[in-house]
Design a protein around this ligand. Sequence first.
Ligand code: URA
Length: 233
Amino acid sequence: MSKPVRRLDQILANLGYCSRSEARGWVRGGRVLVNDEKATDPADKAPLASVLVDHLPLECPDGLLVVLNKPAGYICTHDAREGPIVFDILPHRWVRRNPPATTVGRLDKDTTGVLLITDQGTLVQRWTSPHHKVPKIYEVTLDGELRPELIEIFAAGTLLLEDDVKPCLPAKLEIVGPHEAQLELVEGRYHQVKRMFGSQGLNVTRLHRSHFGEYTIGDLKPGQWRLLPLPAG
Ligand code: URA
């Protein structure tokens, strides 16, 4: 099978290095090599695997998937007018990609932990759809004492939150201390963890997502991220 070839200016623009018009300067400046030879014309076509930019292979030419250990204080949006955003702590070229990198679902500003970022719309779709029931595990600290009956209430699949029309799907609650619990959800409604505990008279004072499907932060410190291989299929 022949390898897909694309114009160099299109490659650079789609992967977020620069705009198509700026690509001319990058090529003329000798920053782009094709098969180890300096490229001369941004309109030349090349297979992605043969291109180097600043002597490095193209970054994630087939798609971007990243896990970030989200620190508190950052919002999951592209709109910088809303305050510090998670994309402030990631390479800016990722949001210039076409399609741009987005978060897979959202965490609240004060929530920490596993946040996936990708430019693959199908992954966002698959991982945020309630039909796919991707498990998410949250470590929760509360301002009051956890009652054992909450385990049954959350597991029942009958808990109807204010303003919702459908009850929450069954969730697994594990009580790990008087004020600490782990909650596993398979959906991702707006402020779901806080609203579930709120419905039982408890306020969440700390919220950390430790797992999103098979993904964890491993040894990433807050604000650190790691590139991940794209899942098969
Ligand atoms: N549930 C919440 O209430 N907040 C989050 O950030 C994630 C889940």
